[in-house]
Design a protein around this ligand. Structure first.
Ligand code: AMP
Length: 438
């Protein structure tokens, strides 16, 4: 079978079995399910609640939330227009979650809101390993706490997710950004420092020198990294309160045994980012080494029109990169689920019985496979093998007359005769399935 259609470059299908797409392993749906539910378990342990926001939002929200001049907004948005309104497929989820928080007055629930999300995001980037056009992020937003404890709680949950998958080959880098004013003063100093080196900089960096010199700090070019080494440090420009919070965050990280590296050049250009910022990297990921990034963004709410400041901190992490790290760590993920039993039928009357009985057993919580094409017994047995059910039943006229079935345990080949009315209980006990609620 074939089609001339293909999934769009930079997207991928999630199928019942894992497969390779180019060099990248695309996990199976069962593996995705397991990874998502492990993330949910970790979130539950940190009592973080889920929010789900729409896949598309008004362009205006995203532009204000991420910044008009960022690469994401200027180059990477999947945008469309409908009846005079401009929309984008969401490139990230922080701005939508903050919108939802403000719109629904979640502060009225009282206390600090700890929210998480898992879902697809869209960016029109050049696809490569670990970088897609439709990818998936999980992340959290802790809203309403202006305290380094909230930042560290965010880091702790992020680390707990990776640890839950046996991943420990990773580096957490942290820095403090201070206030936008601190950063503006720093940008001036940085520009003054870089200006005499202008001719040594790449074309891109020369352009950034005008618009956003902070981005030169994370240059990948070795000779630029050497120049940057002697550049002024942001920490020297940061206000006392930010510095105090930064020290408090480091002490808390030490207390809970989370290793980190201080990186004076870890910065984010956007004005609403304040104070603690961090990034988690894995050397196992190749060029796209960032597993997750986060920090405090106390001024985002106001950028979205809130009259009051709303302190907030959180991180966003890529699911596809999590899968790459899981693979590198050699952690096993569950195989696709198998049915508990396959029931094969011989003859018309038996076929009807099998169809009815499958319904009854499924209502009892068993996973039941059967033939849906009226195939020969031989073909049905082949199918039973393919589906790898631990038990099979063959029902024919004799079994119907006797009111009992031979239940065959496939691994041992052993057969046991079980009365029809006892089948559900027998199979459930063998498969260790808990009784279903009525
Ligand atoms: P960002 O919102 O750019 O800070 O991204 C947060 C995390 O999402 C990154 O650390 C990556 O793990 C992941 N990520 C971002 N962009 C992509 C992409 N195009 N494809 C796959 N993962 C991505």
């Amino acid at each position: 079978m074939s089609t001339s259609f293909q999934n769009i470059k930079g997207t991928f299908d999630i199928l019942p079995d894992a497969y390779r797409d180019g060099g990248t392993r695309i996990a199976s749906s069962a593996e995705w399910h397991h990874v998502e539910s492990t993330i949910r378990d970790v979130m539950a342990r940190f009592n973080i609640e889920e929010v789900r926001t729409p896949i598309f939002e008004p362009t205006e929200l995203v532009a204000r939330g991420i910044g008009e001049h960022t690469d994401i907004v200027t180059k990477e948005m999947f945008a469309f227009e409908r009846s005079g309104t401009n929309y984008v497929l969401r490139p990230e989820v922080t701005a939508p979650v903050m919108r939802a928080f403000l719109q629904h007055h979640l502060e009225q629930r009282g206390g600090v809101q700890k929210l998480f999300y898992i879902g697809p995001c869209f960016r029109a980037e050049q696809p490569q390993k670990g970088r897609y056009r439709q990818f998936h992020q999980f992340g959290i937003e802790i809203v309403g706490a202006d305290d380094p404890r909230a930042d560290v709680e965010g880091i702790a949950v992020m680390m707990a997710v990776y640890r839950a998958f046996g991943i420990d080959n990773m580096t957490l880098r942290i820095n403090t950004l201070g206030t936008p004013d601190d950063r503006a003063a720093y940008v001036d100093a940085l520009r003054d420092y870089l200006e005499p080196h202008r001719d040594e900089l790449s074309e891109t960096s020369q352009r950034r020198l005008e618009k956003n010199p902070l981005r030169i700090l994370d240059t990948k070019l070795e000779h630029e990294q050497e120049i940057v080494q002697d550049a002024p440090r942001l920490i020297a420009f940061v206000d006392d309160e930010s510095r105090r919070d930064y020290d408090a965050a480091k002490a808390l990280l030490d207390d809970i045994g989370i290793d980190y590296e201080e990186d004076p050049f870890l910065v984010r250009g956007l004005d609403y980012y304040t104070r603690l910022t961090y990034e988690l990297e894995s050397p196992d990921l190749g060029a796209q080494s960032a597993l997750a990034g986060g920090g405090r963004y106390d001024l985002l709410a106001q950028a979205l029109g809130s009259s009051d400041p709303v302190p907030a901190t959180g991180f966003a992490a890529g699911m596809e990169r999590l899968f790459l790290a899981i693979e590198a760590a050699g952690t096993d993920l569950p195989a696709p689920p198998k049915p508990d039993v396959f029931i094969a039928a011989l003859g018309d009357e038996a076929e009807r019985w099998v169809f009815r009985t499958a319904q009854t057993l499924r209502a009892e919580g068993l996973s039941v496979a059967l033939d849906l094409k009226g195939r020969s017994l031989k073909a049905q047995m082949k199918e039973a093998n393919r589906q790898d059910a631990p038990y099979t039943l063959i029902i024919g006229g004799n079994e119907l007359d006797a009111g009992s079935a031979q239940v065959k345990e496939m691994a041992s080949g052993e057969q046991v005769e079980v009365a029809f009315e006892d089948l559900a209980a027998y199979l459930k006990q063998r498969n260790e399935i808990a009784p279903q609620a009525a």
